[in-house]
Design a protein around this ligand. Structure first.
Ligand code: NDP
Ligand code: 8X3
Length: 251
């Protein structure tokens, strides 16, 4: 039986790399994102059947209709890869833009919850399914300017654990992936298209690649059915923790 995987955020970065690796492994793919040309170009390159879904994942009404509106060949989603997400801004909380916070919460938390709720009943009924949630090290470790982005990823981590608790007794698996510094379009998006600021994030160090993160996802998916990989945290070797910050008055 061929496996059907739905990948959100398949037009770039991790999602695109996950699509390439799952296509090589023979999965039939549903590719979801807003940028249609990129999705269609990717679908043409992949050696597998693909269904392109051009949509904004924040459209919760469309997400609710999704399981019933998929073509019959793609309707039984076995693997839901909740990868679409973003950081916007790095300003301290008292200077951050509220509209950026709303966008992160709507995308990273609310949309992820809605699409999961849409596909879980089918997985439980078919007794076959795996949800992979893309969180971040930002959900575990605070940093200046991480404010709502980090909090949204902590939500994804705990939602993943609570899903496991609810799905105990079913064969449906849940995995949370927490990557560290990885070079994709992530920083370009975070800095609202400022390429100079985005490039500086990766200058002089060797970040993770999208392929590194995709390999972790695919490994978790390929474990035997009785093995649930709860959480994977991966960082580039050139990234680690610093000491806690202490403010000292200069006077
Ligand atoms: P990219 O910016 O390269 O990719 C993000 C993807 O999300 C794009 O395909 C984008 O597609 C999609 N997306 C964003 N908003 C929406 C939306 N409203 N509707 C549909 N699709 C959307 O970044 P990454 O690949 O790095 O990020 C993937 C995930 O990994 C994110 O959740 C991110 O937070 C997380 N992450 C990233 C890290 C990094 O350092 N790069 C580290 C840890 C976690 P489109 O714009 O076409 O809609
Ligand atoms: C992306 C990693 O450290 O830039 O989630 O927040 S970080």
């Amino acid at each position: 039986m061929s496996t059907t995987s739905l990948i959100t955020g398949a037009s770039s970065g991790f999602g695109q790399a996950i699509a390439r690796q799952l296509a090589e492994a023979g999965h039939r793919l549903i590719l979801l994102a807003r940028r249609e040309a990129r999705l269609r170009q990717l679908a043409e390159q992949l050696p597998t059947d693909c269904h392109v879904l051009v949509m904004d994942i924040r459209d919760t009404a469309a997400i609710a209709r999704l399981p019933e509106s998929l073509p019959a060949d793609f309707a039984a989603v076995d693997q839901l890869i909740n990868n679409a997400g973003l950081a916007l801004g790095l300003e301290p909380a008292h200077q951050a833009r509220l509209e950026d916070w709303d966008t992160m919460l709507d995308t990273n938390c609310k949309a992820l919850v809605h699409i999961t709720r849409a596909f879980l009943p089918g997985m439980v009924a078919r007794r076959r399914g795996h949800v992979v949630n893309m969180a971040s090290i930002a959900g575990s470790y605070a940093y200046p300017g991480g404010n709502v982005y980090g909090a949204s990823k902590a939500f994804v981590q705990q939602f993943s654990r609570n899903l496991r608790a609810d799905l105990l007794g079913t064969p449906v698996r849940v995995t949370c992936i927490d990557p560290g510094l990885a070079e994709t379009e992530f920083s370009l998006v975070r800095f609202h298209g400022n390429a100079e600021q985005a490039d500086a994030v990766y200058t002089g160090t060797q970040p993770l690649t999208a392929e590194d993160v995709a390999a972790a996802v695919v490994w978790a998916l390929q474990q035997p059915p009785h093995v649930n990989i709860n959480q994977i945290e991966l960082m580039p070797t050139g990234q680690a923790w610093g000491p806690l910050a202490v403010h000292r008055d200069s006077g």
